[in-house]
Design a protein around this ligand. Structure first.
Ligand SMILES: C[S@@+](CC[C@H](N)C(=O)[O-])C[C@H]1O[C@@H](n2cnc3c(N)ncnc32)[C@H](O)[C@@H]1O
Length: 303
């Protein structure tokens, strides 16, 4: 089966619930609320949700901002069919399409959401031969993310904005030493480093519980090890095909700058993830503390 098909077919109901429920989802909406209130377009008629999934957050903004229409777009037929079955609202339209087809559209939108989706473009366009056993080539993945954003830029109305949420890489890629504070986390980290097919991470155990690793690899490890720790094989089977962090804030800024957008961004860690990380890890050297997990950004197109 083609890699993206395998990935689509592994997603179960709990996967979708997890994206829109719980503390990370609350964190996401709070961060988006603040950015949209401070820098969002003055008038929002048309909204586009790319990689829409269940589209719950975009639907919230359709109502909150008094929008007239929302187009939910996803390349997964099952996602689009489920959304069409679920909602009968005449303001809504569901389209099955790939993000790379957007450049052909004559539609223009005031607010475009890409919520936790661009990392999938990075992950699946970033594998040289579409082979899951091969690690993602960062240069290829980054190029795909940039090309996708260039397509998105064409459907944003002047003065409109793109809102992105995702995990993020910390600014600098430096060597760090972290202490793993308990046996359960130690086992999960060991398995993660042995089994993660998306990237082979250069690392060294300098003691039974002390890990030396690059800070960008640590960012990735931190968001994924708990699927192994919590023995959640269904989720791990989806997530292990991806890399959830691909850009630093500075790289997003460059990319949107090139497209004629002004970037407003916040980084932070949802409280539940922060508490789990603090119980499991301590930064010993290389960085002042554990890196932030997530980016929320609003990129505003010149009017
Ligand atoms: C992690 S889910 C996020 C769903 C939703 N945005 C949310 O935050 O709950 C990523 C979604 O992006 C879609 N997707 C991934 N790559 C895509 C592409 N190239 N074109 C369109 N949709 C894509 C997937 O099918 C999936 O529904």
């Amino acid at each position: 089966m083609e890699l993206t098909q395998t990935h689509k077919s592994r997603k179960r109901d709990a996967y979708w619930d997890n994206l829109v429920q719980g503390e990370t989802a609350q964190y996401k909406v709070k961060a988006l609320d603040a950015l949209i209130a401070a820098h969002g377009p003055s008038k929002v008629d048309g909204l586009l949700d790319i990689g829409c999934g269940t589209s719950e957050i975009a639907l919230h903004y359709l109502d909150a901002l008094g929008g007239r229409r929302l187009v939910g777009l996803d390349y997964d037929a099952a996602v689009v069919e489920a959304a069409a079955r679920r909602y009968g609202d005449p303001r809504l339209e569901w389209r099955q399409a790939d993000i790379f087809e957007l450049g052909r559209s004559a539609d223009r939108f005031d607010l475009v959401f890409m919520l936790d989706m661009l990392h999938e473009v990075y992950s699946f366009c970033g594998r040289p031969n579409g082979d899951v056993a091969e690690p993602i080539d960062h240069a290829l993945g980054l190029d795909a993310a940039r090309r996708a954003l260039a397509q998105v830029a064409t459907v944003v109305a002047p003065g409109g904005a793109v809102a992105i949420t995702d995990n993020v890489l910390c600014p600098d890629d430096v060597r760090v030493t972290v202490r793993v504070l308990n046996a359960q986390a130690r086992r999960a980290v060991g398995r993660f480093l042995d089994e993660y097919p998306a990237r082979r991470m250069a690392h060294r155990w300098t003691g039974a519980d002390t890990l030396e690793i690059g800070s960008h690899d640590l960012c990735i490890l931190l968001t994924q090890y708990n699927k192994l720790k919590q023995a959640d094989p269904a989720r791990w089977n989806v997530e292990k095909l991806e890399i959830h962090q691909y850009m630093t804030v500075a790289e997003y800024r460059d990319c949107f700058g090139d497209l004629g957008f002004t970037l407003h961004a916040t980084v932070g860690t949802p409280p539940d993830a922060g508490a789990e990380w603090t119980a499991d890890f301590r930064m010993e050297s290389g960085l002042p503390g554990l890196p932030d997990k997530r980016i929320t950004l609003l990129a505003v197109k010149a009017g």
